[in-house]
Design a protein around this ligand. Structure first.
Ligand code: PEP
Ligand code: MG
Length: 747
């Protein structure tokens, strides 16, 4: 019987799967399918319904035989009508006389009245539900068992193609209608990288070039004179910014705006713009053109170290255009802005700070990344979210950033704004915070605990003093290196370390030597591309390879430590050999400085415990060092093989993992056994959920962001040591994350 050309149909359909590229829309592609099927199945109607998960409904997307106006209009809930039922039950449904089935749902006006036979087959790809294909005929009892098999074969063959087509078309629509894509984004739950609350307009950093192009397009006709005036004005602004940052951020100021100032003095850059103007371009277009060209050139160099230069070029272009056209909506500053960025470098963060940005939404980087850590020191609220849709926010969208909870609200209601700010005002109440402080931090049953401050920038000293830190448990000495445009000299470093030590008179100050690499990359020192920078030339490895840099730093530290209670520690120590090597360099420095008759301090020398390789040799290492400082940010990362800066695996970054808990216990036991000081300085030190455990295993010194000190005093006072010890014992018996999470009250 040649009534239905089944074999040919299957071939044609497989050919059709290649055709969707040419279809102007998904609807027309689906339409082609329905036409082919009605032809080959010799029936009057073929329709395709697609499933939309959000609405939980099936929508008629293409039909041959029904009224074309019904496309997009006919919608069925899952389970509704025979079509909805076939979809819900994931099985074909055949009716020889459909109207007689009480389940049949007739849509008046779509032309179904005369149709008798009905066959619906769900379109599935594995368990993924895509939609339903329906064929209908005017003849009663028309479709056979064989038809069911054939339609099943066709739908399964087409499922992937239809799904792909839908995806592609959705992507295209996203590109064309960016703002609409995020229209649904109202609230995004991220994670807090730096506390604080901000309400402002969003500016998309990755779109700076769009800003440049946009300003160039909007500008009225300008003269070469306007351009020269703008160059002068921009330079003036940049000099001001540089001055501001030098007073506010003595230690990291370097010459961070020099790259931009230099561009304005660069003859090549200026000449190219002037040339374009003389060739007839409007000056604003000329600037955009040359900036575009420079960005292109830098992009082709493909050197990650130049990324911040690209930011500089775009930013200089934006400033020039704003000054030239008077169309600035940011007035050179980002005072009224919350920056949304795919990624940021520490130097970008400092630039944003000096441009008075109100908050940062970061799409990568993680809450223990150094951009987050730096933002805390700079007092910029920061939330890390995994929501690329934010990069498509329309210009000037109002955003409320709740850096305490890690929430982002798009176009928030007045009510939400009020609630979030009221809560924040309570948190900021300095007098209230100071009331939490005990004269000596201790547990409820009187066990004294030392609370020290982590210092990233000299500016952190203020909070450390205010909140009565008992010294500095970790000074991240690399920040001044990161933000400058060249290595700071021994003298510069010496002055910074002196200020730090003077900020904590008589108190213990622990300086960590350079921890470069990983997410802390120098823009001015290219040591080659690394595929895995966190497993690469990071930290002490860098220092031992570039000994002159290391020696310069240690000399500066030793000199600054004269007469002070200073300690030095090495980060990322992986073995006893490495520790001895590093300490050997320090001893050589002492020897040289003594020969030079310089006044120096003789510090205790310790190791940070951050690598799993030290756990097995922790007793021997304890014998070797003067003290340990546990860097849990890295220890967790390396123990669990979870990149601390990768939002995609943030759910696997689980400090409550039994291996982490047991490792911490081993470290503390080793230190206690050999009578060595041990403290903890990773973010875990400030986590109230971990506090009983940490106290329970014997830790008595915590170093944390000074802003958390007040809360820490309060939390400590809520703990009884014997109970904490019991809880720690219980936790150490567990072998599953599920159990430790439960016992610690973690999600
Ligand atoms: C740590 O790893 O826990 C630590 C304190 O060092 P950093 O966060 O600077 O890597
Ligand atoms: Mg570390």
């Amino acid at each position: 019987m040649l009534r239905r050309d089944h074999v040919k149909l299957i071939c044609d359909v497989s050919e059709l799967s290649g055709l969707f590229h040419d279809a102007p829309s998904m609807e027309s592609f689906l339409q082609k399918i329905t036409a082919m099927i009605t032809h080959h199945m010799a029936c009057e109607v073929c329709s395709i319904y697609l499933y939309y998960e959000h609405q939980n409904e099936l929508v008629l997307k293409a039909t041959t035989g029904l009224n074309p106006d019904s496309v997009g209009e006919v919608k069925l809930k899952v389970g509704e009508g025979l079509t909805g039922q076939a979809f819900q039950e994931k099985r074909p449904l055949r009716e020889g006389h459909a109207m007689a089935n009480p389940h049949f749902r007739l849509f008046p006006g779509i032309g179904e009245e005369h149709l008798e036979s009905f066959l619906a087959v769900p379109i599935l790809r594995g368990q993924v539900e895509i939609g339903v294909m329906v064929i209908q005929s005017q003849k009663r009892d028309y479709f056979s068992n064989e038809d069911i098999q054939i339609l099943r074969a066709i739908t399964s063959q087409l499922a992937t193609t239809i799904e792909t087509a839908r995806l592609l078309i959705t992507l295209n629509t996203q590109k064309q209608k960016k703002p609409q894509l995020v229209a649904d984004l109202k609230f995004i739950k991220g994670r807090s990288g730096s506390q604080g609350v901000a309400l402002a307009e969003a500016i998309i950093l990755d779109e700076l070039m769009t800003d440049v192009e946009h300003l160039a397009k909007l500008s009225k006709t300008l003269t070469e004179e306007d351009f020269h005036r703008a160059v002068e004005e921009t330079e003036e602004q940049l000099q001001q910014l540089q001055k501001h940052i030098e007073t506010e951020l003595y230690d990291v100021s370097g010459l961070i705006f020099t790259a931009q100032i230099l561009m304005l003095k660069d003859k090549g850059f200026l000449d190219a713009i002037e040339m374009a103007i003389r060739q007839g371009s409007n000056p604003s277009q000329a600037v955009a053109k040359v900036v575009r060209e420079y960005v292109r050139k830098f992009n082709t160099i493909q050197d990650s170290y130049l990324r911040d230069k690209i930011y500089d070029i775009k930013d200089v272009g934006r400033r020039l255009l704003e000054n030239m056209t008077g169309l600035s909506h940011h007035h050179g500053d980002l005072e009224s802005c919350i920056v949304v960025a795919r990624e940021l470098l520490p130097s970008d963060t400092v630039k944003l700070f000096s441009q008075k940005v109100k908050g940062i939404i970061l799409l990568s980087g993680g809450v223990t990344s150094h951009v987050s850590i730096l933002s805390r020191s700079l007092g910029i609220p920061l939330v890390v979210v995994d929501e690329p849709g934010l990069l498509s926010l329309p210009e000037k969208t109002k955003v409320l950033l709740d850096g305490v909870m890690g929430y982002v609200y798009i176009n928030p209601s007045q009510d939400t704004i009020q609630k979030v700010f009221e809560r924040e005002d309570l948190h900021k109440d300095l007098d209230q915070l100071k009331k939490n402080l005990q004269s000596k931090p201790r547990t409820k049953d009187g066990v004294p605990v030392r609370l020290m401050a982590n210092i990233n920038l000299l500016g952190d000293l203020k909070a450390a003093t205010e909140f009565k830190a008992d010294g500095i448990g970790l000074y991240r000495s690399e920040f001044p290196f990161l933000i400058r445009s060249s290595f700071p000299s021994e003298e510069e470093q010496y002055r910074i370390y002196c200020r730090l030590i003077e900020g904590m008179p008589g108190k213990e100050v622990t300086l960590r030597t350079l921890d470069l690499g990983g997410d802390k990359i120098l823009s001015y020192f290219d040591y080659g591309h690394e595929e895995n920078p966190f497993l690469g030339l990071r930290s002490i490895r860098f220092s031992l390879k570039y000994k002159d840099v290391f020696i310069t730093q240690i000399r500066a530290m030793l000199r600054a430590g004269y007469g002070a209670n200073m300690r030095i520690m090495f980060p990322m120590i992986s073995s006893i050999d490495e520790f001895q090597q590093a300490r050997g360099v320090l001893q050589e420095c002492i020897y040289d400085l003594e020969k030079e008759k310089q006044k120096i301090g003789y510090p205790k020398v310790g190791a940070m415990v951050e690598l799993p390789s030290t756990i097995e040799i922790i007793n021997e290492l304890a014998e070797e060092v003067d003290f340990f400082s546990i860097g849990t940010n890295d220890l967790v990362q390396y123990l669990l093989a979870v990149d601390r800066t990768n939002e995609k695996v943030a759910n696997l970054y689980l400090p409550q993992h039994p291996s982490v808990l047991r490792a911490l216990k081993k470290i503390v036991d080793a230190a206690l056994k050999y009578g060595k000081d041990v403290s903890i300085c990773g973010d875990l030190a400030a986590d109230p959920k971990f506090l009983p455990f940490l106290l329970g295993i014997g830790l008595r010194t915590f170093s944390l962001d000074a802003r958390y000190l007040s809360k820490m005093h309060k939390n400590l006072y809520g703990i009884v040591l014997s109970q904490a010890q019991q809880q720690a014992g219980e936790l150490l018996k567990q072998n599953k994350v599920e159990r430790t999470s439960l016992l610690m009250g973690l999600e």
